[in-house]
Ligand binder design. Sequence first.
Ligand code: AMP
Ligand code: ZN
Length: 474
Amino acid sequence: MAHKFTFYNTLTRKVEEFIPREEGKVSMYTCGPTVYHYAHIGNIRTYIMQDALIKSLKYAGFDVKRVMNITDVGHLSSDADTGEDKMLAGAKREHKTVMEIAKFYTDAFFNDFDAVGNMRPDVVEPATNCIPEFIHMVETLLEKGFAYVAGGNVYFDTSKLNDYYVFSSEVEKEQLQVGVRDDVEEDTNKKNKTDFVLWFTKSKFEDQALKWDSPWGVGYPGWHIECSCISMKHLGEFIDIHCGGVDNIFPHHTNEIAQSESYLGHEWCKYWFHSNHLNDKSGKMSKSKGAILTVSLLKEKGYDPLVYRFFCLQSHYRKPLEFSYEALDQSVQAYNKLVRRVSELKNDGAVDEAVKTEFEEKFTDAVSNDLNTSMAVTVLYDALKADTNDATKLALVESFDKVLSLDLVAHAKSLLEGTEVDPELEKYILDAIQRRTDAKKAKDFATADAIRAELLEKGVEIKDTREGVKWQLI
Ligand code: AMP
Ligand code: ZN
């Protein structure tokens, strides 16, 4: 029997006990990235908190199957179906094809996704793989009278629903309606301002690179349809939990529910899990706003991606989190201290099973109480301070790592074996690389070469790669 598990359900606006349709089994859907650019550390925060949710559910005794899409078509620059396709804009920016852009940024996404200790979803499906499924859903919505064709495009008719704004309170509904009315880029084909595109054949904007034949002419899908279809393709007519960031609540998840439930004729997903944003001092991080701070970039600056995970786990998923290097540096200190503490534990005999169970219960209580990951970290500290032998403590560190994924035992081992690089040396190397990059930018190649030679003398070899400068000890 699984442990009682609660989290905040955006649909009911309450922290609720989670009860899946099938006892002990969870079907979960996650909105994946739009692969027109790098995923920033904010996007990765969302996937870290989802990973903590999945692993916590497993720790509490549930079986989880998780599906994620990759948005490689149809997401326009505004979430309200206006502007240029983000993928096409990416392709133009980099003088590549849309598929090249999709492949490059999907790989870059998983590189960072894996580096922070996340488990891959059971199924990952790009939107462009499922065009026949999208067409079938749009046809059915037309047959059932929930959609209409206007100006060559197919739209979902939101006036056919009793409650379109499912996630919102009465006050928020009014605000959203005002917001929709204020939308400047009006699409005169729409019968209602909240209607959204299911299939485009005529965009007001530039022609699309990727197009498919459909009963309504050659065109491409709207953004929301992919998540409904990909979820049904792999998880069937019902899902237990749907995840995303808070910006997905409206319009994306609102529209997903509208089309899925109209298509199915019944409730689709009972629990909606949304995590809050990572902000920097200037506000919300955004892929479309200038320089993108990625996990790979943090790594180049000498930060272990797992330290970023640790930083995220120490705050609650429902609260906005402000990123700063000062705050991250504090996590580095705390993480290194933890590793040092774990490295001091000896294998000193038998595990005290009673103590182990007691702490594991405390840990499960923390994560199953609205995913209180910072409390779970506190339980780890408490276990390390407990009045028990080292073997029990080590067993607990390994047990908690099934959820925390901080790789503490392996890091402690490297520290003992001396394969962990001395932080002072690492700082020197990264500074030297930065000085060399600055010299190259200033076309001072003599200095750049001298820095490379200086590093080589200290046993450090550097290589220039597409992802930036890489170094290794030789
Ligand atoms: P996108 O690639 O833009 O579709 O976003 C991927 C995921 O990141 C979505 O679930 C978004 O809700 C989430 N997201 C977007 N911006 C942020 C942010 N600043 N902090 C945390 N999550 C975000
Ligand atoms: Zn989605």
